[in-house]
Design a protein around this ligand. Structure first.
Ligand SMILES: [Zn+2]
Length: 461
């Protein structure tokens, strides 16, 4: 099997060849932490988590260095601090914690390194100094600017030329750029801006631009050339184009050998936007759906295609996962099989074809049911091993079938277990009224008690 990835820069699928198979480096642009992440923000971390898991399956544990940054200095964060009077560090710590908890609930593994922009201002200044010295950047009245005209192949990732954007690029009246497409490497502090958003620099007090943050953090943690740089298609231009400009002009080396971009996520055919009132927060969604259902729904489309996010997509994901966990339950005791899950690996190694991988996962579930019907223990053990191995690379089936049926919430499970035990005790002491009261109370919250020879169990219906 050979891993092939669609490289945005080459505009075609390429066989993936790491620089060093023992140390594969990848960088995914992380969140700007001043509010909750919406479901569109969750697409890159989920799909590129599958890539990271796949690389680990291919190259071995500990072979992938995965960096996902925290942007904790940016205009929107400063605005949030000015609006509320809350220190920047308090805002960013809170929302970074929420973000990481949301991602954990979606079975997104924590990155190997999580650099925070404010811990890397010295590295950013060093890179800007290099760019000024090499005449790729100039100092203006409002800040230090990258001169797009100084880089002949600017635009090579997106295929856009600086003049394509001049019509659209906004030049604020106060900005003293030489060309509209030039972008800020360092922004001088303006009166009234909070002290905790201001750093000293050789050119004057201020803060780094957003693009230089990623360039400097990537160099520090992954070196000058990384294997894979990934992110949402909305970041391809200008953010990733500008990262390339900064890093490659500073170092004279390629920033990334493979560029991966995921497509947009729409809401029932419309763009998600505040003005349409259709923004769905991950945090809210997790109150209604298990993280695995959200993850399954996200992986049901190919990562490069647009994905239409609808309630039906989530319902379908829940139904399918119920069925797969149901099959896993039937083969759960048949341990000792050897995983082959070849079809799933092949699908994923073909540019992360998750829709095909999920279809194959359903196929293994069907085979597990057939094996259980026929009492074929060898096949039961093999399908069990396949389901679990495929689950590991997809970030699914991380619960036991029992946990899945019972909702996967440990506190809630303990509470319901206690109620079921109380009902058993009531029945033993022939307190039928109490036993019935508990049964009805649980039924009202959608919990069904099943009395059998082995005692009483329960499930959510
Ligand atoms: Zn970035």
């Amino acid at each position: 099997m050979t891993l092939r990835l669609h490289d945005t820069a080459a505009r075609e699928k390429h066989v993936f060849k790491p620089q060093d198979p023992k140390r594969i480096t990848m960088y995914v642009c992380g969140p700007t932490v001043y509010n909750y992440a919406h479901i569109g923000n969750a697409r890159p971390p989920i799909v590129f988590d599958v890539l990271r898991r796949l690389l680990t399956a291919i190259y071995g544990r500990g072979s992938v260095i995965y960096a996902r940054n925290i942007t904790d200095i940016e205009d929107k964060i400063i605005k949030a601090s000015l609006d509320t009077g809350e220190p920047i560090a308090a805002i960013t710590k809170r929302y970074a914690d929420i973000y990481n908890a949301d991602m954990a609930a979606l079975n997104v593994l924590p990155p190997t390194v999580e650099p925070w922009a404010t811990d890397h201002v010295a590295e950013m200044i060093a890179m800007i100094e290099k760019l000024v010295r090499k005449k790729y950047a100039y100092v203006g009245k409002d800040g230090v600017w990258f001169s797009v005209a100084a880089m002949p192949d600017y635009g090579k990732l997106s295929g856009r030329k600086p003049e394509d954007n001049e019509a659209g690029a906004r030049v604020d009246p106060g900005e003293d750029k030489r060309a509209p497409a030039d972008f800020a490497l360092w922004k001088f502090a303006k009166p009234g801006e909070p002290e905790d958003a201001i750093w000293d620099s050789p050119w004057g007090r201020g803060r780094p631009g957003w693009h230089i943050e990623c360039s400097a953090m990537a160099e520090k943690h992954l070196g000058r050339t990384m294997d894979i740089h990934a992110g949402g298609i909305d970041l391809q231009f200008p953010h990733h184009e500008n990262e390339i400009a900064q890093s490659e002009c500073a170092h004279g080396e390629v920033l990334a050998n493979y560029w991966l971009h995921n497509g947009f996520l729409d809401m029932g055919g419309e763009k998600m936007s505040k003005s349409l009132g259709n923004v769905v927060l991950v945090h809210e969604l997790l109150k209604d759906w298990p993280g695995e259902v959200i993850r399954f729904a996200m992986l049901s489309g190919h990562y490069r295609a647009p994905l239409d996010w609808t309630p039906e997509l989530l319902k379908q994901a829940k139904t399918t996962l119920d069925r797969i966990y149901g099959a896993l339950r039937r083969v759960w005791e048949a341990e000792g099989g050897r995983a082959t899950y070849r079809v799933i690996r092949e699908a994923l190694e073909d540019d992360l074809n998750t829709p095909e991988a999920l279809a194959a996962l359903s196929g293994i579930a069907s085979a597990a049911n057939t094996a259980a019907d026929q009492g074929d223990h060898e096949m039961m053990a093999a399908t069990r091993a396949d389901l679990l191995a495929a689950g590991e690379v997809l970030g699914l089936l991380t619960m036991t079938p029992k946990e899945w049926e019972q909702g996967g919430d440990a506190d809630d499970t303990a509470r319901i277990d206690a109620l079921v035990a109380a009902r058993v005790a009531a029945r033993v002491s022939k307190d039928w009224a109490e036993a019935d009261r508990i049964r009805k109370a649980l039924a009202e919250e959608g919990v069904e008690i099943m009395d059998g020879a082995g005692g009483s169990t329960w499930r959510r219906i």
